[in-house]
Design a binder for this molecule. Structure first.
Ligand SMILES: Nc1ncnc2c1ncn2[C@@H]1O[C@H](COP(=O)(O)OP(=O)(O)OP(=O)(O)O)[C@@H](O)[C@H]1O
Ligand SMILES: [Mg+2]
Length: 458
């Protein structure tokens, strides 16, 4: 076929599209302003002859916000600092309570991203239907707002992603999912974690800034890895939980002597997953209906923690003359199977019922110093998914602490002596941490630790 023939075909197709466009324009001219029609016909023509495909992410879907749009915005904002081509930025805040300003593109700006050998162009478009309808005169825009019953007109914003049409499959199957995953990771990273506590029968939130992470946590390496793997598996299994009709929840029972890192592990879990913590102080909950209200009021992606459950079960049997105790349960919170009283197993059933309908990922953690004191129902297989023992310091966990507090990474001449002493005298990570912290240099700290353990042995 001659190139003239090709050209003729293009021209005739162009005329058909153009002709259809004109006819449409005639029909729609009564309803839509001509400025918008011009833009539409031009976009249609451009799309018809371009070798590029475009995917549009509008800010809203009907009246609801479009989450894909905010994900793209977060993704592009994160790479704004390094992105080339964008000269004009918009400043915005990721979250109302944060003072961090992030940059995103301004109207009409473009930036090019590369992924898996393909170049993608992002363009930010904002379109004000009111000012387009009445020209670009602000007075006319005000008139437009007045014409809409005085309502402030709404700006339509979108991100347009364009790429060569031969890469459409890669864009849809690989690049866009990559952008969404990255955006999720960024948002999780930027989120300020909250710790919710019960105050006047309702949750009150404070910022949660516990420094504990799985790196700083002194515990058996294999156990640590199995906890991290379990958490990873849990968060990835949304479909599995949905398919099997189970509440998307995971339960952990942490047990061990005081000062062995149970609360630190909860904090490490929250920091790792970027989940909020809800500290359920059972003694603050008066009734089943209060408990239901509190559980329903929890946000998703959160950890419900019930600390010192042995106390909740045990101390209610204290004689009254021992006086009030922070940990003593109020009347009604006992280990008995009384129908209007809440047991821990009852709490778990309750949680199953309430959470199975929400379909959101939640974790429940019980901590105790005395596993053997717990009601057997709670220890039955399947009640709590994982029982995690936090124990006294071992050579392995001691080395982690020495590294945390004094950056002793390669070992130290005093390690063998200390590790030998630890075999003889049980010492908690909290005690080791305390001694290491009160000294400035590594040598002094380790010497102090030797003295401390020897004194304890005596
Ligand atoms: N395994 C550990 N790894 C790192 N630091 C630890 C560990 N255990 C204890 N610590 C240090 O000791 C402090 C107290 O530990 P934590 O509150 O986590 O212990 P716990 O087991 O929850 O104790 P309790 O049973 O009294 O609630 C922590 O803030 C931390 O500094
Ligand atoms: Mg604790």
């Amino acid at each position: 076929m001659s190139s003239d023939g090709k050209l003729e075909r293009y021209v005739s197709t162009a005329l058909t599209v153009f002709g259809t466009g004109m006819a449409l324009r005639g029909m729609l001219g009564d309803v839509l302003p001509y400025e918008i029609l011009d833009e539409l016909s031009f976009a249609a023509l451009r799309a018809r002859f371009s070798s590029r495909d475009t995917v549009v992410f509008d800010e809203t879907e009907g009246l609801a916000p479009n989450h894909l749009y905010s994900a793209v915005r977060a993704y592009l904002a994160a790479r704004a600092a390094s992105a080339t081509g964008v000269r004009r930025h918009r400043a915005c805040r990721v979250d109302e309570s944060s003072s961090d300003v992030t940059l995103t593109m301004d109207h009409g700006q473009e930036t090019v991203d590369a992924h898996d050998g393909v170049k993608y162009t992002w363009r930010f478009v904002s379109h004000d239907p009111a000012s387009a309808a009445f020209g670009n005169n602000p007075g006319n825009a005000r008139a437009a707002a007045a014409a809409h019953g005085g309502r402030q007109h709404v700006c339509l914003r979108s991100f347009e992603l364009s790429f060569h049409k031969k890469h459409k499959e890669k864009a849809l199957a690989s690049y866009i999912p990559f952008v969404l995953d990255t955006a999720k990771a960024i948002k999780d990273q930027q989120r300020n974690l909250k710790m919710h506590m019960i105050e006047y029968d309702a949750w009150t939130a404070v910022d949660f800034r516990h420094p504990s992470t799985f790196d700083t946590l002194a515990m058996d390496g294999t156990l640590k890895k199995s906890v991290v793997d379990d958490l990873e598996r849990f968060v990835k299994r949304k479909d599995y939980y949905r398919r099997t009709g189970r509440a998307w929840k995971r339960g952990y029972l942490l047990y061990g002597p005081p000062g062995t890192g149970k609360s630190s592990l909860v904090a490490a879990m929250a920091n790792y997953l970027k989940f909020d913590i809800y500290d359920l102080e059972l003694t603050e909950v008066k009734s089943n209906s209060d408990l239901r209200r509190l559980l329903v009021g929890m946000g998703n992606r959160s950890i419900l923690v019930v600390e010192d459950i042995d106390c909740s079960l045990d101390l209610h049997q204290r004689p009254a003359d021992q006086g009030p105790d922070r940990r003593a349960p109020r009347p009604g919170f006992t280990g008995d199977d009384n129908e209007d009283k809440v047991t821990l197993s009852g709490l778990l059933n309750f949680v199953d019922g309430l959470w199975s309908t929400s379909g959101q990922e939640r974790i429940i953690v019980f901590t105790t110093n005395y596993k053997e004191r717990l009601e057997p129902a709670l220890l039955r297989p399947g009640r709590m998914d994982m029982h995690i023992h936090m124990g006294y310091c071992t050579p392995e966990s001691f080395r982690i602490l020495a590294c945390n507090y004094h950056s002793v990474e390669e070992g130290h001449a005093m390690f063998p002596e200390i590790e030998q002493l630890m075999e003889e005298v049980p010492i908690t990570p909290a005690e080791v941490a305390e001694v290491l912290m009160r000294n400035d240099g590594a040598d002094a700290a380790l010497q102090d630790l030797v003295e401390f353990i020897k004194a304890k042995r005596r």
